[in-house]
Each structure stands twice: as structure tokens, then as C-alpha cells.
Design a protein around this ligand. Sequence first.
Ligand SMILES: Nc1ncnc2c1ncn2[C@@H]1O[C@H](COP(=O)(O)OP(=O)(O)OP(=O)(O)O)[C@@H](O)[C@H]1O
Ligand SMILES: [Mg+2]
Length: 190
Amino acid sequence: MEIGRGAEAVITLENGVVNKWRLPKSYRLAELDEQIRQERTLREAKITSDARRHGVLTPIISDVSRFELQMEHIDGATLKDVINSELSEKAGVMVGKLHLGGIVHGDLTTSNMILVQGKICLIDFGLSFYEKSVEAQGVDVHVYFQTLESTHDHSEELIEAFKVGYTRTYPEAPAVLKRVTEIKARGRYL
Ligand SMILES: Nc1ncnc2c1ncn2[C@@H]1O[C@H](COP(=O)(O)OP(=O)(O)OP(=O)(O)O)[C@@H](O)[C@H]1O
Ligand SMILES: [Mg+2]
């Protein structure tokens, strides 16, 4: 059964296992396309598991092949549908742990967070990477704030709640949040 279709992948659920298959993109040269799909698949498998070692809840990866991964099915609602201040604060704690571990997610939207038994599970690590710079972490948080502003009411409250959780968890948070303000201003004048 198909349960998701993103820009890049088809997600199916079969016997309790989720399969994520990265689709070929016809606008890319075949060789480059295969290289990109393979790289993102491997990266997703590796960093999904690594994030868990830093205390971030992620699906367990059970199998990886060239363009495909199998993982645990996370049975819950995406934060896109259920977000509130309490959950946004929890997202802040989660992202704080991730950044503390040197991981930048690369696509921190509320569609990539699933609420399961009161906890947030983070998915979709295909664009993630290892970096500790304030700039990379700032862009990560900026993407989350932008998602809140474009798709959720009361985004101001949700942003403030995130900052509380993030600052409580990650000592470098003040510098990152200052950078987020600069990134936002930069965007306005581009
Ligand atoms: N392990 C999982 N358990 C439950 N639902 C999942 C799982 N993985 C993906 N999904 C569902 O499928 C949707 C799309 O998955 P995902 O975000 O990984 O793909 P994508 O956005 O196409 O990714 P990419 O940006 O890597 O191409 C998610 O928003 C979620 O609803
Ligand atoms: Mg996604």
C-alpha cells in the first residue's frame, strides 16, 4: 500500500515495514541521477541510525540497497496536522540534540516529524549531513520557522516555544538563533 509520495521517493507499507524507493529523475543524466539517488539512500540510512545514538527518536532501518531502504513503520500523525506549542518545544529539544551531535537535518519541516505516543520521531534524512557551523544549523532552524510561518496559524507562539526547547538543550543556541534572524533578513533583501 502506498502511504506517501514525495518529490523524490515513493513510500509504501507492506507487512508492517516501510519501503522508501527513490525515483529516477528523467531531467538528470542517467549516470548522475543514479549517483545522487544512491548517495541520498545511503546517507539517509547512515544518519537516521546515527541520530538515534544522539538521543533523537528515528525509525529503525532494517535494510538498505542501492536506491531503496526498509524501515520501521512509525504509526502516528505528522506534526503538520497536530502541532501546538508543547510539541514545538519538544521539536526544539530534538533539534538541539541533533545539532549537539553534529548533525544537520537539511529538511526540517513538520511533515518530517511524526508524533508517536507523545514523542516526536524524525524522518527523511536524505539531505542531512555532518556539520557544526552556526550557519548550517541556522539554515536548518530557519527552514523549520519558515514551515511554521507558511503552513501554520499562531506561528509566532510555535517559534517561541521551539526556541525554549532548543535553548534548554543546546548551549550554542543563542548564536544560532541570532544567525537565523540574519538569514531571514538576508532573504528579504535578495
Ligand atoms: N517510517 C515511516 N513511518 C511512517 N510514515 C512514514 C515513514 N517514512 C515516511 N513516511 C510518510 O511518508 C511521507 C514521505 O516520506 P519522506 O519524507 O521520507 O519522503 P520525501 O519527502 O519524498 O523524502 P525526500 O525529501 O528524501 O525525497 C512522510 O511525510 C510520512 O508521512
Ligand atoms: Mg519528507
